[in-house]
Design a protein around this ligand. Structure first.
Ligand code: IPE
Ligand code: IPE
Ligand code: MG
Length: 250
């Protein structure tokens, strides 16, 4: 590639008007939200589900084409059984209640992660939600459940053909396939709520050049305006993808 092409590529990639964006969110802080109010942690998860509704509704209007939400990590199986059961129940309820509205609003649901450790009824609900919303083009809503980025990379790597060169793009496709995801671009913006600043094994490959945004807001308090604020911050940044932009190149 010519040097000028590289500059143009970098410029094109940083244009604020380059929709649709892939935004990923680590929805953290449900437990603390509940604890400071003297409530059980599960109450925080329940309120967190309402925040999901708000953000899913706002995302397509804000130029988001893919929204990936971290709902349950593979390490979250280590939580107390009652909390795990409540989270699975809430997820099931979300799919049951929201699928029809998502289908009506052009929102395609895709659940990413492992499926073999989920209950058969939940698995069937996932398949039904994916089927019912498969034609949606306004937003790809990926919900990460029993998800671990490192496990996903390992499982994809095991499927590589020995002795054959694999490109990054091919590996991305293999990885998406491994986690049952429809094809989508890499993450542009990664948001984590709840004040912690870590990745907790989320989308390690897909976030190679993601902009990172950390919010103090606990997830149940997250509003459309907070998503807007994160996107404003994103658009004010200069993404360089390892190159030097034209103005600086001289
Ligand atoms: C995020 O909130 C939801 C899940 C991990 C399922 P947490 O439950 O981690 O809330 P905090 O971090 O303990 O406050
Ligand atoms: C990450 O949050 C997982 C989800 C938000 C689903 P955790 O609360 O589990 O992560 P750690 O334990 O703080 O790293
Ligand atoms: Mg947490």
């Amino acid at each position: 590639m010519q040097e000028s092409d590289l500059h143009n590529l970098a410029l094109a990639q940083r244009q604020p008007s380059t929709p649709p964006l892939h935004v990923a969110i680590i929805m953290d802080g449900n437990g603390r939200w509940a604890t400071v109010r003297g409530l059980a942690r599960v109450a925080g998860h329940r309120r967190g589900a309402l925040a999901v509704r708000r953000v899913v509704e706002a995302a397509p209007k804000l130029g988001v084409g893919t929204l990936t939400l971290y709902a349950f990590s593979s390490d979250n199986w280590q939580r107390p059984p009652l909390e795990v059961a409540a989270l699975m129940h809430l997820f099931h309820e979300y799919l049951r209640k929201e699928t029809a509205e998502c289908a009506a609003n052009g929102i395609r649901i895709g659940v990413i992660g492992r499926r073999d450790r989920l209950g058969p009824i939940l698995r069937r609900e996932i398949e039904a939600a994916e089927r019912a919303t498969a034609r949606g083009r306004a937003l790809l809503l990926r919900i990460a459940v029993d998800y671990s980025a490192r496990d996903a990379i390992l499982r994809a790597a095991r499927r590589l053909k020995p002795g054959r060169e694999t490109t990054r793009e091919e590996f991305s496709g293999l990885l998406a396939n491994t986690i049952h995801s429809p094809a989508c671009p890499d993450v542009d913006l990664l948001i984590r709520t709840g004040g912690e600043q870590r990745l907790s094994d989320f989308l390690l490959w897909e976030c190679a050049y993601a902009e990172l945004y950390f919010s103090q807001r606990m997830w149940p308090d997250f509003e459309a305006a907070d998503l807007q604020a994160a996107l404003d911050a994103f658009h004010s940044r200069e993404r360089r993808f390892g190159t030097v932009l034209e103005a600086a190149a001289g």
